[in-house]
Design a protein around this ligand. Structure first.
Ligand code: ADP
Ligand code: MG
Length: 214
């Protein structure tokens, strides 16, 4: 697969995005589980690897971007037992609902869809910024993506900016006290640890950056 140079994301690009996401998750499975062993139940790597491997088997069937994303999201919901499955599933399903039957998206359309996905996670998880969840990586990343486009950046530079903001948001979860999910059971003791879900959320942008040659 060559890198994408056009200022749009096609159906094939988005399928490749999810393939690369699955690959990065698989490569970091042990690390994600290690993070979850500190403040959760040590299954985030296994959960995400199982779910994304199942998603990969669905990617060749879709004829449009909405079908691709909805199927991927439903597959995550049905194969991942943990909290993260339904939340990542919601992200992709809401993205799919936002795109309509398309075979390519302009950067601003991708941004709108991604934001709809993030809003879906917030609604389903009843989360807000600062709760020490995946939201703390997702919200700053889509804000940065949109801000870059508003400044006149193309897809490549907007993804670069989103990737950096996701990583910064992920790292900002370290001092936070968890207010959602299993980590919240630890109260103050959850502080001082990176959130596993914010880490796997950052991989979404790493996968897209990899695809685009960022
Ligand atoms: P479980 O907590 O059921 O074992 P995982 O270990 O797969 O599920 O996922 C844990 C991650 O899910 C956390 O690190 C956090 O980022 C995310 N998470 C948990 N609860 C919520 C929520 N209510 N909203 C958003 N993200 C959440
Ligand atoms: Mg867990």
């Amino acid at each position: 697969m060559g890198s994408v140079t056009a200022n749009e994301l096609t159906l094939d690009d988005l399928a490749e995005w999810l393939r690369r996401y699955a690959q990065i998750v698989d490569e970091n499975k042990a690390y994600l589980t290690e993070l979850d062993s500190a403040i959760g139940d040590a299954d985030h790597g296994a959960n995400m690897a199982r779910g994304t491997a199942a998603v990969v088997t669905t990617l060749d069937q879709a004829q449009s971007i909405d079908a691709l994303l909805k199927k991927a999201g439903m597959t995550l919901v049905s194969t991942v037992g943990g909290t993260s499955g339904p939340l990542y599933g919601t992200l992709l399903m809401k993205m799919g609902m936002a795109t309509g039957q398309r075979i390519a998206l302009h950067p601003d359309e991708f941004g709108k869809a991604f934001r709809a996905g993030v809003e879906g996670v917030i609604a389903r998880g009843k989360t807000e910024l600062g709760d020490k969840t995946m939201i703390d990586a997702l919200v700053p990343s889509i804000d940065a993506f949109d801000a870059a486009l508003a400044d006149g950046a193309g897809l490549h530079d907007a993804v670069d900016s989103a990737q950096q903001s996701a990583a910064a948001g992920r790292d900002a979860t370290i001092p936070m006290v968890a207010r959602k999910g299993r980590a919240s059971y630890l109260g103050e003791r959850s502080a001082g640890h990176l959130d596993p879900g914010a880490t796997s959320a950052t991989y979404l942008w790493d996968a897209l950056a990899d695809l685009l040659g960022v």
